[in-house]
Write a protein that binds this ligand. Sequence first.
Ligand SMILES: [Zn+2]
Ligand SMILES: [Zn+2]
Length: 335
Amino acid sequence: MPASLSGYRIHLVGIKGTGMAALAEILADREARITGSDGPMCFNWRNHLVLGAHMSIAGGVHKALQRGTSISCEVVQIFTRNQLRWAAPPLREEEIRIFRRRRREFKYILAHASYLINLASPDDRVYGKSVSAFEEELDRCHALDIPALVLHPGYHLGRGVDKGIERLAGGVRSAYERSGGKEVLLALETMAGQGSSLGGSFEQLKTILSAVEADGIPVGICFDTCHVFAAGYELRTRSGYDRTWRKFDRIIGRKHLIALHLNDSKEGLASGKDRHEHIGKGRIGLRGFRLLAQDPRLLRIPGILETPKGRDMREDVENLRILRSLTSRTSEPGW
Ligand SMILES: [Zn+2]
Ligand SMILES: [Zn+2]
């Protein structure tokens, strides 16, 4: 790593491991290659989360980046294909070329895997299709130079948690073995604990993470505020918030934290229901998001909105404005 790099990149030197550290390292390495040894410092992060939103890829994956730029996202998350269909046309050369050029405008880019994928499915047909689709998504991340892919751990559909986790770990292993995207970091998402879903507790996520890691796959956690709250982890009060993160640190470990999904929740604590709400308008409320936005332990972690929006994205603009205002030190706790 060149010595001329400024503070943040020097901060990255020597960091080894998984999760956020691995992602940071991958990105720093790529930035160094892209910009040259003393190129421009892209990381202009001071004391807040790196904020952005999930962006539509209507018209091509590169369009998502244009949309992200237009509303000042520092990080963007995309689906790399239509998430509601199994089959997808290959990415066009032109699309890849433009995407790879424009991606440098962002501090992070993340991909989210299709909701159809269930690597824990006991049904062989669904499982087979899920492994193939996940493999293809890893390939697409590789082609687009996207360092991390967020995955819902899936549903065991009555076969039990242990069997489900075994199936999931096997599916992840098969997909990585066959894919050209072996360097892509897998971000397991925290779930709301609905039905037979896996990943509704930190303990389950740790078991999955350990199984995947044992196969040599780079893996970490994407912490969804709505899901975690719905799963029963308090985020609204100082003591509850700190207790939640202490549990996360003890059971999973902070070094595994890759990203946050910043969604308020329409449903209450421990509801087990996954329903996103705009920031401050839901059951977590501004109190919870202020604690998050001002948490020095979350500095430079990418935070992505997945809240409802129309084509003009004004809801994202408003949610980002609120989150940025909460990071300010003049934003005092309102209780
Ligand atoms: Zn999410
Ligand atoms: Zn959700």
